[in-house]
Design a protein around this ligand. Structure first.
Ligand SMILES: Nc1ncnc2c1ncn2[C@@H]1O[C@H](COP(=O)(O)OP(=O)(O)OP(=O)(O)O)[C@@H](O)[C@H]1O
Ligand SMILES: [Mg+2]
Length: 193
């Protein structure tokens, strides 16, 4: 069992049960609505991505605040990332963006390198449909932040990601320009504090 910020993850019979837990600081009715909505929306986005050829877990069931899905056997990308894998992630995220899907929480813990050597995206709780340069830019920015936070060789990994992303998405140059602007905004805010 894994307890995360928003959910409890349980593994049983090759399946994953992801149950969204109550947040005490939210009014009960609102809390229930949010949890139901996020569960439903996560199931929808995981399935939509899969339909478009992006490897994600198969969704088997959904009830109340619980998602039942296929367990992906493999390693968290955080533990095994190399420049080659980062380039593949770039290609995968490019494909996701080409299909108008924003992941919303692109971190190295939300990608699994399967035992079948296929890269899987998981955790679509914050995902949504959007094809704007800004939304794609924020997605890529979040991924770069996660590289910085978890990998010593983040600069090299960032370059590899860019290689794959650019190959896979025609709009990549505009998105990457926006990512630099978002980084600048971040610095400005940090200085002002
Ligand atoms: N389908 C799956 N197959 C294998 N492992 C999974 C699967 N879904 C979730 N996990 C494991 O459970 C962890 C947490 O799942 P997930 O990221 O979906 O939940 P979360 O509540 O959003 O987590 P966090 O609070 O860390 O963002 C993942 O990092 C992964 O290790
Ligand atoms: Mg997660």
């Amino acid at each position: 069992m894994i307890q995360c910020a928003e959910a409890i993850i349980e593994f049983k019979d090759g399946l994953v049960f992801k149950r969204r837990i109550r947040k005490r600081y939210r009014i009960k009715e609102i809390d229930e609505r949010i949890r139901k909505e996020r569960t439903r929306s996560e199931a929808k986005l995981i399935s939509e991505a899969r339909r478009r050829g992006i490897p994600t877990p198969i969704i088997f069931d959904i009830f109340d605040y619980t998602l039942v899905m296929e367990r992906i056997e493999g390693d968290l990308v955080r533990e095994v990332i190399t420049p080659r894998i980062s380039e593949q992630i770039g290609e995968l995220v490019g494909k996701l963006h080409r299909n108008g899907i924003i992941h919303g929480d692109l971190t190295t813990s939300n990608l699994i390198l399967g035992s079948d050597n296929i890269l899987y995206l998981i955790d679509f709780g914050l995902s949504f449909f959007d094809s704007s340069i800004e939304a794609m830019g924020v997605d890529v920015h979040v991924f770069f932040q996660s590289l910085k936070a978890t990998c010593k060789s983040w600069k090299e990994l960032k370059e590899s990601f860019i290689k794959g992303y650019t190959r896979s998405l025609p709009d990549a140059p505009q998105v990457l320009t926006r990512v630099s602007e978002i980084e600048q905004r971040g610095r400005y805010v940090a200085r002002k504090k």
